[in-house]
Design a binder for this molecule. Structure first.
Ligand code: PLP
Length: 393
């Protein structure tokens, strides 16, 4: 067998999947594990969307579609993004992708040449680094700081730009911090991008899971952003459709054409009947979405109070998403060691902050996309573990 291509050496594996495998092995050995590692809604996909998929299957919507996605769904996404961002998007500026992941891959693949630098505020969703390196680019991190509520500093981003910088990837609401970027910081990012002629990739997949009656702040609503931004969104989180594998990119047509071309050469197109059902997700009733967001908010309150009452743990309240990102620096143990100890000794699967880059050292990420009972049990186990193992904290 010949050697694998060198690019395989830089392709990463998501920490959540590694921890899940470890946790599953412990379960196989008979251990009880509370799962807080995976960022996957625990609700079923709303019924009316499932019904729409069944109907689409029965009426024969089982063929290839254009690589950009079906027109009706592009139109629905264009309307949704136009309304929520206060801008005017046409269906030509939308490409439907196999998960938001393929939209991220397509955007970076279309712009990053070997040696190009990609600025990524971090801790960050691991795909950004992994895909950047896969295409020969160099990820350059700008730290997201707790004291800035994990919103990046425009100044720091500007200082990080070099001759080689081509793209800034942002993610708000943010996985793993649960924070949102402020409008001022978004404006500063647009200014830098305009001045240095950079592309912005804005992953806003958690745009609907925002708490306390607040509205999502999108970079697309800032003048000057639209012509240089690829907005990433999708169905996985808002409509609890992770396994349906459907997302989108919104960008100027010359960019969506390139992403569609990459899709054509990889998956051809997203699944036909899934796209038809997704029109119902966007245009149908949104009661289930509101109910799920309300439930996430109640769980957020539960986990925020619970983690803050554990010695050595402190955290700011997540403004959005279903992730808690507590600071555990006071325990004086490396995040990865602590996460392993909590899994092996307390039976709670969670992620070290370093699964999202070295900037995550001193933090853990817990997903609260699980029931309140599970959250309570997880909190109880972690508290008992910390009190026993770190009695002097
Ligand atoms: N972007 C972020 C920030 C995510 O957290 C995730 C999933 O965890 C994705 C993208 C991938 O979404 P999809 O399931 O649509 O590929």
């Amino acid at each position: 067998m010949p050697d694998f291509a060198k690019r395989m050496n830089v392709l990463g594996v998501e920490g959540a999947f590694i921890v899940l495998a470890k946790a599953k092995e412990l379960e196989r050995q008979g251990r009880s594990i509370v799962h807080m590692e995976i960022g996957q809604p625990d609700f079923p996909t709303p019924k009316h969307i499932i019904e729409a998929a069944k109907k689409a299957l029965d009426s024969g919507m089982t063929s290839y579609t254009p690589s950009t996605g079906i027109y009706e769904l592009r139109e629905a996404v264009a309307e949704y993004v136009s309304k929520s961002r206060g801008t005017d998007i046409s269906p030509d500026e939308v490409v439907i992708t196999v998960g938001a992941k393929l939209a991220i891959f397509g955007a970076l693949m279309a712009f990053v040449d070997p040696g190009d630098e990609v600025i990524i505020p971090a801790p960050a969703y691991p795909s950004y680094d992994s895909v950047t390196m896969f295409v020969g680019g160099k990820p350059v991190h700008v730290p997201l700081r707790e004291e800035r509520k994990f919103s990046p500093s425009g100044e720091e981003i500007a200082e990080t730009v070099t001759e080689k910088t081509k793209v800034i990837v942002i993610n708000t609401p943010c996985n793993p911090t649960g924070g949102v970027y402020t409008r001022e910081d978004l404006k500063a990012i647009v200014e830098v991008a305009q001045e240095k002629d950079l592309l912005i990739v804005s992953d806003e997949i958690y745009d609907e899971i925002v708490f306390d009656g607040k509205k999502h702040e999108s970079i697309l609503s800032i003048p000057g952003a639209r012509e240089r931004t690829v907005l990433i969104g999708g169905f996985s989180k808002t409509w609890s459709m992770t396994g349906w594998r459907l997302g989108w990119a919104v960008a100027p047509k010359e960019i969506t054409d390139k992403i569609a071309k990459i899709q054509l050469n990889t998956t051809s197109c997203p699944v036909h009947f899934v796209q038809v059902a997704a029109v119902e997700a966007i245009r149908g009733p949104q009661d289930d979405v509101r109910r799920m967001v309300q439930e996430y908010q109640e769980r957020r309150d539960l986990i925020f109070d619970g983690l803050n009452s554990i010695p050595g743990f402190s955290m700011i309240k997540p403004a959005a998403t279903f992730y808690a990102f507590p600071n555990v620096k006071k325990l004086g143990v490396k995040s990865s060691e602590l996460a392993d100890m909590i899994l092996n000794e307390a039976g709670v699967a969670l992620l070290p902050g370093t699964a999202f880059g070295p900037e995550g050292e001193g933090y853990l990420r817990l997903s609260f996309a699980t029931s309140k009972d599970m959250i309570k049990e997880g909190l109880k186990r972690i508290k008992e573990f910390v009190e026993e193992r770190f009695p002097n904290v």
